[in-house]
Design a protein around this ligand. Structure first.
Ligand SMILES: Nc1ncnc2c1ncn2[C@@H]1O[C@H](COP(=O)(O)OP(=O)(O)OP(=O)(O)O)[C@@H](O)[C@H]1O
Ligand SMILES: [Mg+2]
Length: 412
């Protein structure tokens, strides 16, 4: 069964044959039949109508059937082309079939059933080809759609991946911040319990200390002026002073007063005061100092004594690190947006990696007993964070150490 009413064209220069064939194919209303008496006329009809099949006589005045079908092939390659020919012309028809110009030939005189069957089969073939083409086109369209969808999806995935990477980066940053805050918290927890302890200890220690000190002074008064015992008593008095100082340092350290006693500080002044106080140590250790400040240096708000304590400690550490070696201490200030960056770099021996993480821990020191308490940098760190700033370390063995401090500047 054919799926719709196909248009077919019959071409023959004998009107009787033409009428007969037309009647045959219009008989059961299967086809919409058109006729032409010559190839030339038929080609004209082709200009407006698309045919499923064309059935042409070979012997016609003017164009031969095969010539006509060659033309049809050019203008409508899908149309099925059948030639009707006498026995004498079979060889030509076969050649035309081999060349692909003609689908089939029918020899005259034909049998009506054979003619109908041949044409029906040929139109079925036409339908099959049309259907295959349609399916191919559908497939191609689906393929294009699929490719488009894949591209879209890939892009979506890429975007999501980019977003995820960004989120990951933010998470990493947040994580680092949390770790930093946690470290600071642990540090301040340690320090505040230390403060409580220090307060109690200071109180309990002060009395025995004054008794030891008083009694040592008494002994000093009693013993012979030239006696060797003086050096032992002096040593006792020296150690008592050291313990008293240490307890005082700890008490001061934990007694935070971030908002009180703040003023506008000119860093150039602050550093020149610190350098006066550390001049002796630096000279003794052959340390040359260079300063690099911008001509207009904005002030910072803070507690001058405390900030100077930070600078002093870093300068002293640098001086001590270069003891016996000599070297250079560079103090550099620079502006970065709303922050002032202070860098103190020395050309000392540098701090080994495994020690770097401990240097801000209270009581961590690599210095001899009477040279350092190990509180300098932990106090410095808490002073800087009271000032809403940051302090970082960069150090390389054999090259030197750099402390980088960032402090907010005063915005008018
Ligand atoms: N510029 C530096 N070069 C090499 N090592 C340093 C430097 N600054 C600090 N350090 C190391 O960090 C440790 C801790 O320093 P911190 O200032 O906290 O304590 P300290 O100097 O040992 O004692 P204090 O400050 O009480 O005199 C030092 O003992 C030293 O090992
Ligand atoms: Mg120190």
């Amino acid at each position: 069964m054919l799926s719709n009413k196909h248009k077919i064209l019959i071409v023959d220069d004998e009107p009787d044959v033409l009428d007969l064939v037309k009647d045959i194919f219009e008989f059961d209303n299967t086809y919409n039949v058109f006729t032409a008496v010559s190839g030339e006329e038929a080609l004209k009809i082709f200009e407006d109508i698309n045919f499923s099949l064309v059935l042409s006589d070979q012997h016609m005045s003017g164009m031969s059937g095969i010539e006509f079908l060659e033309e049809v092939k050019k203008i409508s390659p899908d149309t099925i082309r059948i030639i009707m020919t006498g026995y004498v012309d079979v060889a030509n028809a076969v050649q035309a079939i081999n060349k692909g110009e003609v689908y089939k030939y029918i020899t005259k005189p034909w049998d009506i059933d054979f003619l109908r069957t041949t044409v029906n089969r040929a139109v079925e073939h036409y339908e099959a080809i049309a259907e295959t083409k349609r399916l191919q086109m559908d497939l191609q369209r689906a393929n294009t759609e699929l490719e488009f969808k894949v591209k879209e999806r890939t892009k979506e995935l890429e975007d999501s991946l980019k977003k995820l990477t960004e989120i990951n980066f933010e998470l990493d940053k947040a994580n680092n911040k949390i770790s930093e805050s946690y470290r600071a918290l642990v540090q301040s927890e340690k320090l505040s319990s230390l403060g409580l302890m220090a307060g109690t200890i200071a109180h309990d220690i002060k009395n025995p200390l004054s008794i030891i000190s008083g009694q040592a002074q008494l002994v000093k008064m009693i013993i012979e002026p030239k006696s060797d015992l003086h050096k032992y008593v002096d040593s006792i008095l020296g150690q008592v002073t050291r313990i008293t100082k240490l307890v005082e340092t700890i008490k001061n350290f934990v007694r935070k007063s971030p908002e009180t006693n703040t003023e506008e500080i000119d860093l150039r002044d602050a550093f020149s005061e610190c350098l006066v106080l550390t001049e002796k140590l630096l000279k003794m250790n052959n340390v040359a100092v260079s300063q690099d400040f911008p001509s207009q240096i904005p002030k910072v708000r803070g507690n001058k004594t405390k900030l100077e304590q930070v600078f002093m400690n870093i300068i002293q550490n640098a001086g001590q690190a270069m003891e016996g070696l000599g070297g250079e201490l560079k103090i550099r200030c620079a502006l970065n947006e709303n922050k002032i960056l202070i860098e103190l770099s020395d050309t000392g021996p540098g701090i080994p990696d495994e020690i770097q993480k401990s240097i801000f821990t209270p009581f961590f020191t690599t210095k001899a007993e009477n040279k350092g308490t190990g509180l300098g940098l932990s106090i410095s760190q808490s002073i800087i964070s009271e000032h809403k700033g940051s302090i970082e370390l960069e150090s390389k063995i054999g090259v030197g150490t750099k402390f980088k401090i960032a402090l907010p500047i005063i915005v008018n």
